[in-house]
Design a protein around this ligand. Structure first.
Ligand code: UDP
Ligand code: MG
Length: 333
């Protein structure tokens, strides 16, 4: 933090098939950044970094157009869809080179952009990380509410240190971005990972709005993947629970064996077919379920061991400061 000049702020915006939302969102973000610059809260070198996460629509063309007409916009494009978490990580890592602060915000303007002032105030007060927490879930449908509440409940049950109702609207200082760059894990769950880094931090509460345009890009499959990534990257409690379950079943089976032998010794027949069927189905189910959970962890270890790149940047557009004619475009294979 430097008190003599305004800080360079980078807004990092992940975009996946956002052609409907982007034109308006980009304009609103630009106006907000302008105001922050005029008020001396953000330096003129501040930028809006739009990360194209392998969109199949015109998102990248739109980003290209914005960067061509206004050097305040920068663009980064992936070679394919790597997912929201990778998109914001790539944006933050690119911002780290130039920015004092990076704020990640969704492209659909559901997260109240006016809360940015409070984020910056907390940063000025000495926070290295500021978490945006949504006030309520009224803008969400019934299903989204149910799955989100279920997910946070499960995470807390499993002992994970995640903040309820914190999505990825978040400020990170240069120091925090540098620390984040040291984490090389492929199994990425930023909203669980970042709080483990420590640093002075605070929260900002904001209202969630309806999506301005387009539809949610988080399909059920993406949500399920994020949830399993979250659990497997933050906790090994499920494996401990399986051990405890195995122990409980073993104790129960010893009791049942003693009971059956006693019944047999007293000349009584233990009723057979139904009990056998129920027990074998139950045990089969529990075994496969437990194997599946262990398998999830093995799969994650496999991915971590291969350590493939978390994303591949195909194009990067970035114009120096406010200078009109300077353009740098990197092409990486
Ligand atoms: N997003 C992304 N890659 C994906 C899915 C989503 O970059 O694979 C972006 C999307 O463009 C948006 C943000 O992540 O900026 C949040 O997605 P969305 O608004 O669709 O999720 P929701 O608000 O419905 O949870
Ligand atoms: Mg959204």
């Amino acid at each position: 933090m430097n008190n003599n000049r305004p800080n360079t702020l980078y807004l990092v915006v992940p975009c996946y098939n956002e052609e409907e939302a982007l034109p308006h969102s980009a304009q609103v973000m630009r106006e907000k950044l302008n105001r922050l610059m005029q008020e001396g809260k953000a330096s003129p070198e501040s930028k809006i970094l739009l990360v194209n996460d392998g969109s199949r629509d015109k998102t990248w063309q739109l980003i290209h157009g914005l960067c061509d007409t206004d050097p305040t916009f920068a663009g980064l494009s992936f070679s394919r869809n790597y997912g929201h978490q990778s998109a914001i990580l790539a944006g933050m890592m690119a911002a780290r080179q130039h920015a004092d602060i990076a704020v990640t915000i969704d492209a659909d303007l559901q997260q109240d952009i006016e809360a940015l002032d409070q984020f910056l105030e907390k940063y000025q007060a000495g926070c290295e990380i500021v978490y945006g927490i949504r006030n309520d879930r009224n803008a969400d449908g019934f299903f989204k509410k149910l799955t989100a509440n279920g997910f946070y409940g499960l995470m807390h049950l499993l002992g994970c240190n995640v903040m309820s109702n914190h999505a990825d609207y978040r400020l990170l200082s240069k120091k925090a971005l540098d620390a984040l760059s040291e984490y090389k894990e492929v199994n990425l769950f930023l909203r669980g990972l970042i709080p483990t880094m420590g640093f002075p931090s605070d929260v900002v509460y904001f209202d969630v709005k309806e999506r301005e345009a387009g539809t949610s890009k988080y399909t059920l499959r993406k949500m399920m993947n994020l949830a399993t990534d979250g659990i497997t990257s933050m906790s090994t409690r499920p494996i401990q629970l399986i051990s405890m379950l195995g122990f409980a079943v073993s104790v129960f089976s010893v009791i049942m064996i003693i009971y059956c032998i006693a019944e047999w010794a007293m000349g009584r027949n233990v009723p057979g077919y139904t009990t056998t069927l129920v027990v074998s189905l139950l045990m089969g189910g529990l075994t496969i379920f437990s194997l599946g959970i262990v398998g999830e962890y093995v799969g994650k270890i496999y991915l971590e061991a291969k350590a493939r790149p978390r994303y591949i940047v195909e194009s990067f557009i970035w114009k120096e400061g406010n200078c009109e004619n300077f353009e740098r475009e990197k092409q990486r294979k």
